[in-house]
Design a protein around this ligand. Structure first.
Ligand code: UN1
Length: 510
C-alpha cells in the first residue's frame, strides 16, 4: 500500500501539523514559545513531522479545563455519557483505515495490526456504551431492623492516561472510554515517540465533543517529563494515574502518586512464556509462538519471550520454528506482504544487539537471527535463542523479537521456571491433556494476570480485565470490572424507622 501521509493526515483533520499543534481539549494551543518534538518514521529513519510540546502554562490551562469539565460531566446521566462514547466508536469506525495506517507509519507495526489496534478502540467503545447502563453497586442486608445498605459508584475526577509507543492509540481508548462513561474527564500524555497518532485521535475526539456541545472530556497534552509527566503525578486534582510503560516508570508513578495517596493503575513490563506440554498440538503452538514473538516485532507487553518445551520435543520445535522464521518477510509495515516491521528506533536496535552479545557470552546458542538488517530504518532479524532458564537476560524484558527456548524435564519444573521471573503479565500452556491445562491454571500454577490454554500470550480481547502481577504493577484495564478503578465507591446505610439502634448491638446512653 502506498501511503501519502499528507492525504491521510488531511482526512484525519490534521491540516497544519508542521505548524505544531500539540495540545487539545476541544481547541488547540498556539505554537509561539514552545519546544518542537520531531516524530520519526522507523521504517526509513526520516522525520515525519515536528510537533509542538506543551509548556507548564499549557499544562495548567488544560488541567483547569479538565476540572471544570468534570464538574458538569459527572452530573450527566451515565447512559447519556455512553451515547457520547458510542459516537466516538462510530467516528473511529470511519477512520479505521487511516488511523491504522498512521499507527503503522509512526510506530512501525504492520498495517493489519495497525487496523487491529483501531478495532480494539472500537471494541472498547462498544463495551463502554453497554457498561454505561450497568455501573452496578450491591445491596446488602443490614443487621438493624428497618435499615437498608447499598453501595453506589460515583465519578472519581480527572484521570491522567500515560501511554507507551507500542500501542499508541488503543491503550488511550481502554482508559478514556471507560473514564468517560464513569463520569471522569481524561488527560492523555502520549509517548513522545508517537505524538502524531495522539494528535489524530484528539482530532477525532474533538469532533465528537463539538457535536455534543462539550469540551474537556478528552484532552491530550504532548510534552516532556518535567513540564507534563511529573506535574501529572504530583497533581492532587488528578484522582487516578493510569500508566503503561517500563517498570522504572511505574515505580516512579507509584512513588509520587502513592505519596499523595492518589490512585494508580499500572500496566508495566511482561516476560511472557508459553509452556508446551508433552500432549500439545505442535502445529498450533508453532503458529501461536510466531504471532506472539514476531508480531509487532516483539514490542507488545504481551509478546512471547520464553518457551518451555519438553526435552524430548525440543529439537523438533526448534527445527519448525527456524523454518517458520525463515519465511517471515521483514520490511515496510504498509506493504501487505510484510509480517514484521521495524523496531521503534535505533536505541531499540542497539539494546537488542547488546542483548544478543551478552547471551552469546553467557553460552546461549543463537538458532536464528541475532543481526540487524543492512538497510535504512530500524530493522532486525527476529531471533531464536536456545538458553538456560536462569540466565540474567532471560529474566528481563528486552523489548524486541528475541525468543528464548528452554528444555524442561517435567511439567512441575516448567511451571517453577515459568514463575521465577519478576514480571507477571501474560502466560499460556499448549496442552490437549486436561490435567496439564488445569495444573497450569491452579492456584499454584501460572502467577500471571493472564493465563491462556491453547492460545498464545498476546492478542487479548478487550472484554477481559487486562494487566498483571508482580513487577507488571497489579493494575487491570479494559474489560470485566476494571471500570471500578475509575469510580469511587460509596456505601450508604438508610434508616427507615424512628429508632436509632447502633451496629454491633452497642447501647450508648440509653
Ligand atoms: C500492550 O502491549 O501494551 O493483548 C497491550 C494484546 C493487546 C494489547 C497489548 N490486545 O496483545
Amino acid at each position: 500500500m502506498s501511503l501519502n501521509i499528507q492525504e491521510v493526515l488531511k482526512r484525519l483533520g490534521i491540516e497544519k501539523v508542521n505548524s505544531g499543534i500539540c495540545t487539545g481539549y476541544g481547541e488547540w494551543f498556539p505554537i509561539e514559545g514552545r519546544k518542537q518534538l520531531v516524530s520519526y518514521n522507523p521504517t526509513t529513519g526520516e522525520p515525519i513531522a515536528a510537533v509542538t510540546e506543551a509548556n507548564a502554562e499549557d499544562y495548567e490551562k488544560v488541567m483547569q479545563s479538565q476540572v471544570k469539565a468534570f464538574e458538569e460531566w459527572r452530573m450527566v446521566p451515565a447512559p447519556k455519557r455512553g451515547e457520547v462514547v458510542r459516537q466516538l466508536g462510530e467516528e473511529l469506525r470511519k477512520y479505521k483505515d487511516d488511523l491504522g495506517a498512521l499507527v503503522s507509519l509512526e510506530m512501525g507495526k504492520i498495517y493489519a495490526e495497525g487496523k487491529g489496534e483501531v478495532q480494539e478502540m472500537i471494541d472498547i467503545c462498544d463495551f463502554a456504551v453497554g457498561l454505561s447502563r450497568q455501573l452496578y453497586g450491591l445491596s446488602m442486608h443490614s443487621e438493624r431492623p428497618g435499615h437498608r445498605m447499598f453501595e453506589q459508584w460515583h465519578p472519581l475526577g480527572p484521570v491522567a492516561i500515560i501511554t507507551a509507543f507500542n500501542f499508541p492509540v488503543a491503550v488511550w481508548a481502554w482508559n478514556s472510554a471507560l473514564a468517560a462513561v464513569c463520569g471522569d474527564t481524561s488527560i492523555w500524555k502520549p509517548s513522545s515517540k508517537t505524538p502524531l497518532c495522539a494528535i489524530a485521535v484528539q482530532h477525532i475526539a474533538n469532533r465528537v465533543m463539538k457535536n455534543n456541545g462539550l469540551t474537556g472530556i478528552f484532552a491530550t497534552i504532548v510534552g516532556d517529563r518535567r513540564n507534563v509527566g511529573e506535574k501529572m503525578l504530583a497533581d492532587n486534582r488528578i484522582k487516578l494515574v493510569s500508566a503503561t510503560g517500563s517498570v522504572a516508570m511505574g515505580k516512579r508513578v507509584a512513588e509520587v502518586v502513592g505519596m499523595r495517596l492518589g490512585r494508580h493503575l499500572l500496566e508495566l513490563g511482561g516476560n511472557n512464556a508459553i509452556i508446551l506440554d508433552k500432549s500439545c498440538d505442535m502445529d498450533m503452538a508453532v503458529r501461536a509462538i510466531l504471532f506472539g514473538a514476531v508480531g509487532t516485532a516483539g514490542q507488545r507487553c504481551t509478546s512471547t519471550r520464553r518457551i518451555f518445551v519438553h526435552k524430548d520435543q525440543s529439537a523438533e520445535l526448534c527445527r519448525r520454528l527456524v523454518k517458520a522464521y525463515e519465511q517471515v518477510n521483514i520490511g515496510d509495515p504498509l506493504d501487505e506482504k510484510t509480517l514484521m516491521g521495524p523496531l521503534i528506533d535505533s536505541g531499540a536496535v542497539e539494546t537488542m544487539m547488546a542483548a544478543v552479545e551478552e547471551l552469546k557470552k553467557d553460552g546461549a546458542e543463537i538458532l536464528y537471527g541475532g543481526k540487524k538488517l543492512d538497510r535504512p530504518g530500524c530493522f532486525v532479524m527476529p531471533t531464536i535463542v536456545k538458553a538456560k532458564h536462569d540466565l540474567r537476560l532471560v529474566h528481563e524484558e528486552t523489548f524486541a523479537p528475541l525468543l528464548y527456548i528452554m528444555d524442561y524435564n517435567d511439567l512441575e519444573e516448567a511451571i517453577e521456571w515459568h514463575n521465577e521471573v519478576p514480571q507477571g503479565l501474560s502466560s499460556a500452556i499448549f496442552a490437549t491433556n486436561l490435567l496439564a491445562a488445569e495444573r497450569f491454571l491452579a492456584a499454584n500454577g501460572s502467577d500471571c494476570g493472564i493465563a491462556n490454554v491453547n492460545i498464545g500470550t498476546s492478542g487479548a480481547e478487550i472484554g477481559g480485565a487486562f494487566g498483571g502481577e508482580k513487577e507488571t504493577g497489579g493494575g487491570r484495564e479494559s474489560g470485566s470490572d476494571s471500570w471500578k478503578f475509575y469510580m469511587r465507591r460509596q456505601t450508604c446505610t438508610i434508616n427507615g424507622t424512628k429508632e436509632l439502634p447502633l451496629a454491633q448491638g452497642i447501647k450508648f446512653g440509653d
